[in-house]
Structure formats: C-alpha cells, structure tokens
Design a protein around this ligand. Structure first.
Ligand code: OAD
Length: 230
C-alpha cells in the first residue's frame, strides 16, 4: 500500500512572477502607479474606451509571452514528485503551466485567452499578442480579454475555497492580500494545516494567523522550502 500523498495548496500573486520580469501591481513601479484601475480594469472602462483597455492588456500579453518561468515556478512544479500540489493563482500569466505545474486555477482570468461579450462561456485562445476591436466570437460579438475586472464576480472562488480547505500544507507566495475575495482564501485553511508565506514584505500577514514567514524573494524562498520539503 502506498502512503496517501500530502496535499500542498499554493496561493500565488504577482510577486512570484516579479523575477521573470513581470511588474507587480502596488508599491514601487507597480502597474497601478502607471495606470488607473478605473481606466483599464473595470466593465465601465471597457464600455467607455475599449481601445484603451485592449491596448493595456495587449501590452501586458506581449510582455508575458516574452517572459519565462523562474526558479520559483519550477520549484513548485518539482514538488509534484512528492506531493499532490494545487496552485491557485491571482496571476493572469501562464508561467505556472509553462513551468510544468499540472493543476493551476486562475482566480482572475487568463491573459492569453479572450471571451465573447455575448456569451461568457465562449472562451478562446488568443493567437499572438493582440486582441483588436472587430475580433469576434462565433456568434459575431466582440471579444474581450478573459480577465476578471474589478466589480466582476470571481467564478472560480468557491472551487478555490474548497481546495484550500483540503491543504495539509498551505503556501502563500508574493501577494499583498489587498484584493478580495482572493485574500479571504487564507481563512479557509484548516486549523491543523501548516502555513508558510514567502514574501520580502513580512508585514502582509497578520501574525496571529500562525504563518511561518520566509521574508525573501520567491526564488530564494522557494529554493529553501524545496530543500526542506523533498
Ligand atoms: P501586489 O502588487 O498587491 O503585491 C505583490 C506582492 O509581491 C507584495 O506583497 C510584494 O512584497 C511581493 N513581492 C514583490 N517582489 C517579490 C518577489 N521577487 N518575490 C516574492 N514576492 C514579491 O500584487 P497582488 O497581491 O498579486 O487583480 O495583487 C492582487 C491582484 O490585484 C492582482 O491579481 C490584480 C491586482 O489588481 C486584478 O487585476 C483583478
């Protein structure tokens, strides 16, 4: 008989992709310092100026296509040799998938996909980096980025909450926990699970929640943790 594999659930934010050259959102050089959320990441922005919204995501898509997974993404894929690993990411990039992780849930959508403005179930891969006005779904309606904007529901949240509840080990990497409902997932971790956070800013986590803090960048922090776990 084989031992039942322990389950590791990892919640990632933009900090894990920082060392792949992708900007985080808040603080120094954050994307939300250069762009106003209301201009590019809400349904109202899309109705007011779809070109500006498309341009914003086209630019980010181009950057993400050119980026490569870093050692922290690769280390998470490596953990699958010894554990059942579920990645829940707030990131819209595909660096976890390209690193080889086999179970990745995207809370905030996927930048390399588009979806119909007529029927949100019609989702398509985007060829190349550009989505333009005039690109349409099979019903003839305009395509929009497959991104969860501010003010929109997070369709994968309940499933994510369920998965977090199954964790024997819960790891949070590179998120300031500013955005809900994603940030609330840390409260779904069961009491007996071990909790670890990897983030250079140790202050993001309430000390009463019992997290072990690895106050380092994702690459260095994951190298340390991988050595301990496998
Ligand atoms: P933030 O920019 O709010 O937080 C980034 C976190 O990463 C911070 O806690 C940093 O300390 C940490 N960090 C920076 N460099 C790092 C590194 N090299 N290694 C590890 N950690 C590092 O970004 P998120 O928390 O990801 O949503 O933002 C959450 C959501 O807000 C995003 O998914 C996006 C944004 O608005 C939508 O667009 C819907």
């Amino acid at each position: 008989m084989q031992n039942k594999l322990k389950t590791i659930v990892v919640l990632t934010g933009s900090g894990i992709s920082a060392e792949s050259g992708i900007n985080t959102f808040r603080k120094s050089n954050g994307l939300w310092e250069e762009h106003r959320i209301e201009d590019v990441a809400t349904p109202e922005a899309w109705h007011r100026n779809p070109n500006l919204v498309l341009e914003f995501y086209n630019k980010r898509r181009k950057q993400i296509i050119e980026a490569i997974p870093n050692a922290a993404h690769l280390a998470l894929a490596e953990l699958e040799k010894k554990y059942k690993v579920v990645i829940i990411t707030q990131n819209v990039d595909d660096l976890h998938e390209r690193a080889g992780s086999s179970s990745v849930m995207h809370l905030h959508g996927e930048i390399k996909k588009s979806r119909s403005t007529f029927d949100s179930n019609l989702v398509y891969p985007i060829e190349g980096w550009e989505l333009k006005l005039g690109d349409t779904c099979e019903m003839g309606s305009q395509l929009r980025p497959h991104i969860v904007w501010f003010g929109e529901a997070v369709p994968t949240y309940s499933e994510a909450e369920h998965r977090v509840g199954q964790a024997d080990i819960f790891i949070l990497i590179g998120s300031s926990l500013n955005v809900y409902p994603a940030a609330g997932l840390i409260h779904a971790v069961k009491e007996q699970a071990s909790r670890i956070v990897i983030d250079p800013d140790a202050n993001i986590i309430d000390p009463t929640l019992g997290f072990r803090i690895i106050a380092e960048n994702a690459v260095a922090g994951m190298a340390k943790l991988l050595q301990e776990l496998v």
